[in-house]
Design a protein around this ligand. Sequence first.
Ligand SMILES: *Cc1c(COP(=O)(O)O)cnc(C)c1O
Length: 423
Amino acid sequence: MEKNTFVTLDQINEIVKTYPTPFHLYDEKGIRENARSVKEAFSWNKGFREYFAVKAEPNPFIMKILKEYGCGADCSSEAELLLSEAAGLTGSDIMFSSNDTPAEEFALAKKMGAIINLDDFTHIDYFEKNVGAFPETMSCRYNPGGVYELGNGIMDNPGDAKYGMTKDQIIEAYKILQSKGVKHFGIHAFLVSNTVTNDYYPALSKTLFELCVEIKEKTGISLEFINLSGGVGIAYRPDQTANDIAVIGKGVEKVYNEVLVPAGLGNIAIFTEMGRFMTGPYGCLVTKAIHEKHTYKEYIGVDACASNLMRPAIYKAYHHITVAGKENAPCDHKYDIVGSLCENSDKFAIDRMLPKIDIGDYLIIHDTGAHGFSMGYNYNGRLRSAELLLCEDGSVKMIRRAETLADYFATYDCFDDYKKLGK
Ligand SMILES: *Cc1c(COP(=O)(O)O)cnc(C)c1O
């Protein structure tokens, strides 16, 4: 499949008059259309709610757009909780799905009235000792262990994952929590990441729905929500077929009707915590070619680096690249597209066939709308770029400014000659 961009060279030429490259650009129209489809796909379930995984794109402008479609926020840190509150999300709008959680963060989540999703059995004791009484609603995170395999060969290894409780632990956890006054219960599991298949949520649903029936039998507790969490992937590569959320929603509905309804559990709400699927395809990193280098390979050096987008460097992740204005030119040149970090993994693409790139060309790196900007870091003193929103009316709004050296130097204020840092 062809991978199209949502921005043209003409638009980029206009944007760079105000905002220099590199920058992340987000497509408001795409985000809205997708959020609407997600809502529709699960409209068969009365209590359905998507809690957008804030870590994917922690920006209150984006969170507010998603809120219009009923989305809450999935948080796992103090900063994410505070950002959600600032975006107008609080109380049960927030799912706190953290792990290795500090007591203060549990306390903040409790104070805000967020739904707390316990990652571990020992957190019951920890919470009671360090935070106090439990809220009336609690969720627990499940890890079935072993290898989790889908029909088409996609799989992951929950048995090696640090998250969640075993089956025995989770059943015991519900009993203990009930004895401590908790009245409403939910369950959560995240077993495979970036699944490019419509089968993952339905398969996960079957696992969780059957467990719900077992929990009901063994404890008498009727869970009130089932949180399918994240993991719905996107087609980073042109040869992949994108997930169809309508098909996924129908797949979950079928399992719901087969497993939960006959067991008298037909009122359970379905929750999701998608991040990647909600914003991934609707962001791109725009960067300028500033060097070409001819040694043992052909290199194009751009003005972005792994500080702006870490996925290729740490996961060898594929991100499609379009040379703006050369969309229809033949891809007859082989390049490594590199950033400036003193780190050989700082390559956005290796041996990629692209049109001939000239200095000054703009490269559009696709699918940076989730786990893109947010994974940024400051190695080599590199600064994070601005985030811009391409609004539905075609205008461009800055939704987060670029970092400055003053931001970077701010934490050196314990250094005697801090002022010499100037900025
Ligand atoms: C990362 C994460 C998500 C979002 O995952 P995606 O793959 O972006 O959909 C949801 N829930 C939890 C607990 C996570 O850690």
